[in-house]
Design a protein around this ligand. Sequence first.
Ligand code: LLP
Length: 439
Amino acid sequence: MRPDTYMKSSNGQISIGGVDLQDLAKTYGTPLYVLDYHTLHQRMCRFQEAMASLHVPGQVMYAGKAFLCRAMAELVAREGLGLDVVSGGELVTALTAGMDPQRIVFHGNVKTREEIRLALTHHVGEIVVDSLDELRRIDQMARELGMVASILLRLTPGIEAHTHEFIRTGQFDSKFGFALKEGIADEAVSVALDMSHVRLDGFHAHIGSQILEGEPFVANAQALLAYSRSWWERARFWPRYLDLGGGFGVRYQPEDRPPELESLLARVKDTLMEYTPEGATPPELWLEPGRSIVSEAGCTLYTIEAVKHVVDEKVYVAVDGGMGDNIRPALYQAKYAAEVAGKPENRPEQVVTVAGRYCESGDILIKDALLRDPQVGDLLVVWGTGAYNYSMASTYNRVPRPAVVLVHDGDVSLWVERESWEDLMRQDRPLDLVTSLKA
Ligand code: LLP
C-alpha cells in the first residue's frame, strides 16, 4: 500500500525515501506523482530472486504499460530486467533508454505496420502475435526485410481470474489472443509453423490484472504446457519460451492479500518439469509484472482546495487533481487509501468523500475516506498510485498532466516535467478555414 520507506513523525509529517512530502509539494507543486526508488528496487529484486531460486532459466520483463518514461526504462535496464512494450511509443522509449532490443517483447492486439517495421528493424526479442492477420503481415514484412521474425503466439486458455471485468483477459471470448478452443489456436500454430519468415518460439498468456489468488497462475501454466505437449505429440514442436504474463495483485487496502510469489512459482516450476517431454528442454519461463513492481512505490500528492459540506452531513474534500491523473476509481471502481500530511494524532478523524477537480460527477477519487482533520491548503497523499495512473493520465478539461519525481535517500530526481499550459497549446493550430468554408 505505502512505499517501504514511509515514515511519519510525531507531528504527522510524512516522508518517503527520506524526503518530506510537504517540502516536495512546495518545490514541485501539486498534483505530483512520487516514486520511491527503494520500493521499486526491492520489487524488481524480489521477482529476480524468486525466479533465480527456481534454478530454471527465466526472465522478468517489466510491463511498461503500468508506468513508463525514459528514466524508468533506463532503471529497468540497469536492474537487469527485460521490458514488455505494447506500442511504438513504448518501444521508442525503451530504445531511447538504451534497453537491449533482444530483451524487449512486443505485445498488443493491434500493431500497425509502422510499429511492426520498427520492431523488426530493431530486432526486438519477440513479437507476440495476436491474430492471423497480424501473423501474415509479420511474415510478409519480415520477408520484405530479408529476415526471420521471432514470435510467440498469445493464447487464451479459458481461465477466468477473479478480478474486475475490464482487466480480465484469459477467457475464451477475450479480444486478445487465440482461444484454446474450437481449433482456433491450432490453426494459428499450424500456419506459423509453415511460414518461412517467422520462427515460432513459444506461447504467451496473460489472464488478467490485480489477481489476488495464486491458483489462476498455476492453472495458466498448466494450460499452456498441456497445449504445448499436444504439439509435441503432433509435430515434435516444443516451445523455447513460455511467457505467463503479469497480473500479480498488490495491496491497495490493508486487507488485500497478494499471492505469495515464491510458492506460486515453485508450483509453476513443478508443472514445467511434469509436462516437459523426455528429450526436450523445459521452456524458459518469462513473467511480465507491471503493477506489482511499481504500484506500491508510488503515491500522488494533492492540495486540498475546498472542504464542502452538502446535505445529509456529507462532506466533500476537493483536490487539485482527479480523474485526469487517476482514472482508476471512475473506470474500475478502484479503491485507494489516503492520508493528510502534517496532522498530529490528537486531531480528529472524519469520514469524507475525496472529489477530483474534473467536470464529471463520477470524478470521485475516494468514497468514505477516513481523514485526519482535512483543511483547505493541506496536503493529501493517495497511496499506491504508481501503476496505471501516470500511464493512463489525460489532459481532460485541458488540465496539464503532473510531474513525476523519484525520491531516494533524501534526494529527489525529476523524471517527468510537469506539463504546462504552453505544452497544451503546442500542437494546436489557429482556425484556417478550408476554401469551401471561407465563403
Ligand atoms: N503482460 C500483458 C500481456 C498485459 O496485458 C499486462 C497488463 C501485463 C503483462 C501487466 O499486468 P500487471 O502485472 O500490471 O497486472 N489499466 C488496468 C490494468 C490493465 C492491464 C493490462 N495488461 C488497471 O489500471 O487496473
